[in-house]
Design a protein around this ligand. Sequence first.
Ligand SMILES: Cc1cc2nc3c(=O)[nH]c(=O)nc-3n(C[C@H](O)[C@H](O)[C@H](O)COP(=O)(O)O)c2cc1C
Length: 197
Amino acid sequence: MILGICGSPRRMATEYILAEALKILEEKGFRTNLFTVRGKNISPCRHCDYCIKNARCVIQDDMLQIYQLLGEAKGLIMATPCYNGGLSAQIKAVMDRTRAAMAADPKALMRKPGMAIAVGGDRIGGQELAIQQVHTFYILNGMIPISGGFFGANLGATFWSKDTLEDIKKDEEGMRSLRKTLRRFADTLHWLEAMEK
Ligand SMILES: Cc1cc2nc3c(=O)[nH]c(=O)nc-3n(C[C@H](O)[C@H](O)[C@H](O)COP(=O)(O)O)c2cc1C
């Protein structure tokens, strides 16, 4: 199963694009699951170190759902709106809280491919920095960060929403960057599958 995590608190551009991405993967034969932070209660990490000692998080909130899904996921897509030139606090909370999953199993995310989608209201509003922040999380956890490659999707999928759902649907360059990144993501998943056999 490929897990998509949406870091927007609204049902708007980011969630729409992540759903489109998962639809494309389904068409390629992958099973997918979309988790959104919208309407969920996911507190920031308290750095209490309870997880280091007890191999689970002390906070009993909706992050528990993600711990379960992360274990099942063969690959990860994190989608974030750009907030203040970077990723959203909501997706950052998810990343920080995975410390407990790593405490339980340091290899929980190891060698899983991960790609990122960033959606800004501005054309150049911090999409690439947001993706770099997600990729850094992937690298730290031993994952394989996936880019879309040169000529249109250097780091991953970047979108310009102009703050509306109508406009993100018209962002053809954004869709091109998404398709390019998904192609490499799917290739890597297939390659890993073949290696496992
Ligand atoms: C607190 C806040 C900060 C934002 N900062 C930026 C920004 O730095 N760059 C940008 O391009 N858009 C910024 N935006 C606009 C959102 O990225 C944009 O509206 C995006 O489509 C939101 O995703 P959503 O439609 O999934 O909610 C900001 C929005 C909010 C609420």
